[in-house]
Unconditional design. Structure first.
Length: 94
């Protein structure tokens, strides 16, 4: 699945629910997905919280196959910025 397809899937998954703040999934050379203003795009910009991870691990995270805490502890993902934003996102995607 491309990052554009993943961004579209995230936007559909939000189903119009409000999300306060902004978050960036940074997949390195593969690109980024930024969640802000009620939608997800692949246009890079500053965000309140950034999660750095591989594109493969992003797919696992979004499908529920990678627990966020396990991902951080094992080094599969790194979180920087406002951790409260990351916590709000986990509630939306659950």
């Amino acid at each position: 699945m491309t990052l554009e397809e993943t961004a579209a899937r995230i936007t559909r998954g939000l189903g119009g629910r409000a999300f306060s703040g902004s978050m960036k999934f940074d997949c390195g050379a593969d690109g980024v997905i930024v969640l802000a203003d009620g939608a997800a795009t692949t246009t890079d910009r500053d965000a309140d919280c950034t999660i750095a991870l591989s594109r493969e691990n992003l797919g696992k995270l979004l499908s529920g196959k990678l627990n966020p805490m396990t991902g951080v502890v094992t080094g599969k993902m790194k979180v920087s910025g406002d951790l409260a934003v990351a916590m709000r996102l986990s509630k939306l995607l659950a």
